[in-house]
Design a protein around this ligand. Structure first.
Ligand SMILES: CC(C)(COP(=O)(O)OP(=O)(O)OC[C@H]1O[C@@H](n2cnc3c(N)ncnc32)[C@H](O)[C@@H]1OP(=O)(O)O)[C@@H](O)C(=O)NCCC(=O)NCCS
Length: 144
């Protein structure tokens, strides 16, 4: 599966996908993605046959741990292995560090993906997502 670094000109496409995928949970805006690139965060994209971004994922790397910032796949492209490829790419980039993420407690597809890739639940953040008020699990993949 071919992945590439996020170029700045695809930022509007990512903001559009966020609105599609996270309509009730404060989707990330173009300005937020610009901030991510300015911070030097690691962002990867997957494209469909026409060259449009249909999957994306980002990672913040710190000294001894990393955090999955966001990950999403266009609904029409889900279930084809793109999410797993993106997550594995981020995990490779984390280079053995402990990796953390937050996920809605009712997000069955994402929970399945994270469990399959070695994450376990550390705790619950009540009403973490707004404005939906949904709870989040904080998940950890131990250092390797
Ligand atoms: C979560 C998400 C990124 C997964 O991407 P994807 O490309 O559809 O997932 P993949 O095809 O790579 O599947 C990988 C694994 O995820 C899990 N999974 C994916 N879809 C699933 C579903 N509908 N139900 C249960 N588990 C599912 C499975 O463990 C699957 O492995 P398997 O195919 O061997 O069973 C995608 O569903 C998505 O974008 N969801 C909306 C945005 C989102 O919730 N992002 C995560 C925020 S924390």
């Amino acid at each position: 599966m071919e992945l590439a670094d996020l170029p700045w000109w695809d930022i509007p496409a990512l903001a559009h996908l966020e609105e599609l995928l996270f309509p009730t949970d404060s989707p990330w805006t173009e300005a937020m993605f610009w901030g991510e690139l300015a911070e030097g965060r690691y962002y990867r994209v997957h494209r469909d046959a026409a060259g449009r971004v249909d999957g994306y994922a980002g990672l913040a790397v710190h000294d001894d741990e990393a955090e999955v910032q966001t990950i999403g796949v266009h609904p029409a492209a889900q279930g084809a292995g793109i999410g797993r490829a993106l997550l594995r790419d981020l995990l490779d980039h984390a280079d053995g560090r402990r990796v953390l993420l937050d996920v809605r407690t009712d997000n069955v597809p994402a929970l399945g993906l994270y469990a399959a890739e070695g994450f376990h639940t550390l705790g619950v953040r009540r009403r973490y997502y707004q404005p939906s008020g949904a709870d989040a699990y904080t998940m950890e993949r131990p250092p390797s």
